[in-house]
Design a protein around this ligand. Sequence first.
Ligand SMILES: NC(=O)c1ccc[n+]([C@@H]2O[C@H](COP(=O)([O-])OP(=O)(O)OC[C@H]3O[C@@H](n4cnc5c(N)ncnc54)[C@H](O)[C@@H]3O)[C@@H](O)[C@H]2O)c1
Ligand SMILES: NC(=O)c1ccc[n+]([C@@H]2O[C@H](COP(=O)([O-])OP(=O)(O)OC[C@H]3O[C@@H](n4cnc5c(N)ncnc54)[C@H](O)[C@@H]3O)[C@@H](O)[C@H]2O)c1
Lengths: 207, 207
Amino acid sequence: TISEGTIHRLSLYSRLLATLEEEGTTVVSSRDLSERINFPATQIRRDLAYFGQFGKRGIGYEVCALGRSINEILGVHVRRRIALVGVGNLGSALLGYRVLREHNFEIVAAFDNDARKWDRVINNVVIHNPDRLPQIVECEQIEIGIIAVPPQAAQNVLDVFVLAGVRSILNFAPARLSAPRRIKLRNVDFSIELERLSYFLQHECDT
Amino acid sequence: TISEGTIHRLSLYSRLLATLEEEGTTVVSSRDLSERINFPATQIRRDLAYFGQFGKRGIGYEVCALGRSINEILGVHVRRRIALVGVGNLGSALLGYRVLREHNFEIVAAFDNDARKWDRVINNVVIHNPDRLPQIVECEQIEIGIIAVPPQAAQNVLDVFVLAGVRSILNFAPARLSAPRRIKLRNVDFSIELERLSYFLQHECDT
Ligand SMILES: NC(=O)c1ccc[n+]([C@@H]2O[C@H](COP(=O)([O-])OP(=O)(O)OC[C@H]3O[C@@H](n4cnc5c(N)ncnc54)[C@H](O)[C@@H]3O)[C@@H](O)[C@H]2O)c1
Ligand SMILES: NC(=O)c1ccc[n+]([C@@H]2O[C@H](COP(=O)([O-])OP(=O)(O)OC[C@H]3O[C@@H](n4cnc5c(N)ncnc54)[C@H](O)[C@@H]3O)[C@@H](O)[C@H]2O)c1
């Protein structure tokens, strides 16, 4: 099975190739790629070969074609419809995050158990009563659920998503959630990003 | 130089060891660790050995001691003081994120160029006029800056942080920023996390 690290690199390659395309570059070698994203060229070639992408000897990879292939591998050539539960500070920030559309992600429905928020529209997304989630997941063909509620409510929200047929979930709440094996659950925690900075600060003087 | 992947794994080990400690586990083998976080035991042993952490043959690692060592390597045994610029939806969510304190991160000052927000207090953090940033960075000994402003303002905010002497920066704005080599800049983009889910959805039927 493919590692989480490999999938992460695919996202980085995808973004780099999109940038190269904007810059008008048509061909790129693994070495050029390596210099721009700071991974060994051997790693890049191995990743791409794993997915059946091979450069032309002495030339490299075609930027457009490779970018398209990687996006299809990532599944971002398909519009992914998302339901968001919890429209507080974080949820509102996610609703306003334009980058999602650029990668073919669209939050099509939002839910909050604060009745004062029902029927409000933020960035063209209506906020609904959570009772309506199962029905809306079905008719909106939602494949991804985002959990942005307080930690004590998160497991309950996950259970509702699973029952409604949502197959993948991004959780922001600091709670250890349990989900059936067939569901892909990913937890997000910015403090991990801060620890990268902390590591740098701790070892700054060594370099 | 150490890879970003290794630092990321250190954060995962740190969290797992904290959990094991809470559960009352005193000794753990690389194999036990491997089963809980889904990395090969060989990788875990290699990472730990790189940092001078060796288990006892036939026994494993002492949970408390290893956890402490890893936290010192990550530099989270030191309270890291943070300044946040941009107290909109995302910034407000970050101010309310209690997990930061648990990992010894503290947002001690916030800044926003919306004058109506000045002197407001959110979670014990005062929101200041950005003009005061250099002075506050110095007297508050701030080592980490967080950028949570709209993309067109982000480079400017980074430049102010750098001038003020902040050495590491976490940027949430979707903008390609340039920073001096000595500054550690990390960009956060949730759409990458969503692409992990998209990959899963795309290949679900293969598994
Ligand atoms: N992963 C990270 O790095 C990170 C960063 C910041 C915040 N967070 C977490 O994200 C979550 C949201 O943070 P926030 O600052 O937006 O909080 P918030 O209090 O502003 O928003 C929470 C929203 O969820 C709604 N809600 C509560 N229970 C609900 C339920 N059962 N069903 C539907 N809606 C419900 C509330 O009405 C509110 O609108 C928290 O768990 C917080 O800890 C995570
Ligand atoms: N990385 C991610 O995955 C992710 C997710 C959501 C949002 N975002 C980004 O985070 C940023 C903030 O999003 P938001 O929803 O909180 O936006 P927002 O509009 O709610 O908040 C922006 C805040 O920044 C302040 N501001 C603007 N220019 C400033 C300046 N020059 N100096 C100081 N303060 C300034 C505004 O007054 C406002 O309070 C945006 O760039 C958004 O694209 C990133």
